[in-house]
Design a protein around this ligand. Structure first.
Ligand code: FES
Length: 127
């Protein structure tokens, strides 16, 4: 575990809704294995908003509206709903390959995410 995501783990450990149904509201687990990160994401909450809520640093973001593409991620496992995204920020071919914009990605089950694009630079990962 890295120091950078310690806060995320602590927040998730203290989150009674993590990966559970509680009071009719579903919560899902988001994991990013390459950076040893795990956090909960509430139903209807974007992946980006969940990361911000957990205080996870070094998550690139810009417009928060699906228009700039800086929050691009790749979903390796799990079902999700994609909100409206600009085709200038992400192509249909990328979407077909599982790429999405974290600010417009809404989990429908636990998600496993790969680090791509600006997020790789932010976490100082090799290309
Ligand atoms: S922050 Fe701009 S597309 Fe997600």
């Amino acid at each position: 575990m890295t120091r950078a995501n310690q806060g995320a783990d602590d927040a998730a450990a203290n989150d009674p809704l993590a990966s559970a149904t509680h009071g009719g509201s579903q919560t899902y687990r988001i994991t990013i294995p390459e950076i040893d990160l795990s956090a909960s994401c509430k139903e209807g909450e974007s992946v980006l908003a969940a990361m911000v809520r957990h205080g996870i640093k070094r998550i690139p973001s810009g417009c928060h509206g699906g228009g700039c593409g800086v929050c691009k991620i790749k979903i390796d496992a799990g079902q999700y709903k994609a909100g409206k995204m600009s085709l200038s920020a992400i192509s249909r071919e990328e979407m077909d390959k599982g790429y999405a914009l974290a600010c417009k990605t809404f989990a429908k089950e636990d998600l496993e995410i790969a680090v791509v694009g600006a997020m790789r630079k932010s976490w100082k990962l090799t290309p």
